[in-house]
Write a protein that binds this ligand. Sequence first.
Ligand code: PMP
Length: 439
Amino acid sequence: MSHIFPRHTRQAPPVAVSGEGCYLFDASGKQYLDASGGAAVSCLGHNNAIVVDAIKAQLDKVAFAHTGFFTSEPAEALADLLISNAPGDLDRVYLVSGGSEATEAAIKLARQYWVEKGEPKRGKIIARKQSYHGNTIGALSAGGNEWRRAQFGPLLLDVSHIDPCYEYRLKRDDETPEEYGLRAAQALEDEILRLGPDTVMAFMAEPVVGATAGALAPAPGYFKRIREICDKYGVLLILDEVMCGMGRTGSLFACEQDGIAPDIACIAKGLGAGYQPIGAMLCTSQIYETIEQGSGFFQHGHTYIGHPTAAACGHAVVSEIINRDLVSRVRKQGDALSERLASRFGQHPHVGDLRGRGLFRGVELVAGRDSKEPFDPSRGVAAKIKKAAFAEGLICYPMSGTIDGQRGDHILLAPPFIIEDEQLDELVEKLETAISAVI
Ligand code: PMP
């Protein structure tokens, strides 16, 4: 009997025993095409020798040294590499163990910044419906996914959730995408004014929404306007690039494509590419210096922040992405995937929307193409497709999102950046088989 506490207590998962490139293998020898990297993690594929060697080399030097006493060479090198490739004024890096730790740290840093700046009234966060920022209490509070939040209501912080930027469902027919982008961004200004500008500390959003919406990219101009609104009222902009960052959308930071930079950025997943648990929060020198010249101490921390072995891994991963120019490859293979999805599902009666950027692609499933009516949630379409695809030897990430109580099903695809054309064919083929088996 297994003593592992699995995600689904009534389903024993197969045992993963090895991985190579875009494939994972279980104990029975079955092969799976990893088309979602679990949840957009395995950007370099499995068994990358350079990353494995970098981790081994660090283990031979020093596996761990607590940041209460030391910094380390790999942590310094990773921070330098990230900052020299980061947009805007991002200048300091706080290394953590994953995405939720990065977003929690961002929330606490934003709050401490305002306290140290002498504006302690600023304690409110605005985020968006249909978003995910992690599963710890602060991060879950910021997230707007009703299904994940439902039973934890009494524990959550009071966060305002404005509508997401969701062209497929919320753009009016009489609007251009640009007009819609401005209208969607206006919701932020309206909410800041409703709450009182001097009470709002930060706005948090994913540049391209992942887990809860299936690679939902913003309308043109949306984030430019969001940046202007944040600047107008002095509200900090926290961008959660945990899923969409580190090259996934075709630029190292997803927000580069929207022509903006945040005050605080959160990254994880692709930063360690699955070889080590690592995440990071990046902030501007202005925020850092406020703390430095104030208390001089960020009132936060975990045992494993700045973990040298994880940092050596992160450094090797980001170096691979940069040295092999994998972001260009992401754009090329992303276009190739997008074309294949369009030709296979463009007219599919149950595919309402195909979207995304780079190798971050979403398929929104609907009961009817014209009505855009979602499937009845009781049918559990997303969960069934996940199961059917897995049986076919395809790992993809189907999920249900919720907006205003209405659930919708989508499939998220986030294959490794090294994926070849034949594997894209295999992906689309198996995905169609899985979808046809369910709807
Ligand atoms: N933010 C985003 C955008 C995410 O997609 C996730 C994970 N799906 C998280 C935060 C939380 O990351 P982790 O699971 O590593 O805590």
